[in-house]
Design a binder for this molecule. Sequence first.
Ligand SMILES: *Cc1c(COP(=O)(O)O)cnc(C)c1O
Length: 361
Amino acid sequence: MMSTTTQTIHNFSAGPCILPQSVMQQASDAVLELNGSGLSLIEMSHRSKAFVEVMEEARSLVRSELQLPDRYEVLFLQGGASLGFLTTALNFTPVDGSMDYAVTGTWAKKALKEAKKMGQAQALTSSEDTGFDRIPALPGTSNASAVHITTNNTIFGTQYAGDPVVDKPLVADMSSDIFSRPVDIERYSCIYAGAQKNMGPAGTVLYIYDKEQAGQSGRDIPSYLDLQVHADKDSMFNTPPVFAIYTSMLTLRWLKAEGGVKAMQQRNAAKADCIYSEIDRNPLFNGFADTGSRSVMNATFTAQDDSHTPLFLEACAAAGINGIKGHRSVGGFRASMYNALPLSSVKVLAEVMQEFERTHG
Ligand SMILES: *Cc1c(COP(=O)(O)O)cnc(C)c1O
């Protein structure tokens, strides 16, 4: 909390991550009492009118902010994106079909691994041989029944430049770039995203899918993993994670008030420009991702001289920069710049890099 620290914290954490300060305030208020109801958000029935309204507003904000056609369903479930790997495989792979995976990073690999447990999934493309430093072009055609992609590779800092076109139903893990830009929704049969990267706290995962494409698998899917079961109950098949959904709803209200996904796209582009131009300019640092595949959300970079790595981390800590240490599989540094991170924080990071060049170059 900024208010209880003496120094402003610049929160570059990859996830869970920064949320708007106003959202944090309203979420804590609701834990004490939801809208003058005399009850805490977390001690009232999820079937109460007050909470049903929260769920409906959250679903409806997803619809309006992403301009979803009516045939798309919106659900807030549990299990994180990690259970989504299996859920999407079960719901979108016909019993006699298979799913093709674009293996572009750790999460994509895990998604394929889960799907393979049903024996009907394979890699369509992979960038593993170059250490996942790029997004290989997605073939426009696939022999499988459906194709799965990870739109933003949180760990390696790579991202599809736009919404790809394939000739099969496209399923996308958008955990770390949902609501960061407008999406051409018609290109996707299913989008899923854990809340904790760009939408809310951990504890809920958003599913958006074309009702006409789901329910065709011919499988007897266990109830909790069957999207249709949840849709039939308006996302209330079992007790939903009320706090995570409420806080996600608050973030979506904030997003709308700030100008929606178009405004976010502009801001995120400005933040990415700021960090990548410093990475490219500064001789002490190297960008990790191939320039054509760079992520707007997570910028990965390393020190030219290994011995500088701990020193730069210390310099960041001294400037109040949090969460900048790279994932252990990449090393170096990662600046995660989700929607709620202000440009001013990215400028502070760029200044620390400049200062580091002056003192260590
Ligand atoms: C964080 C992340 C996941 C895992 O999410 P959980 O909710 O922890 O299961 C999956 N995919 C991507 C792209 C992620 O960034």
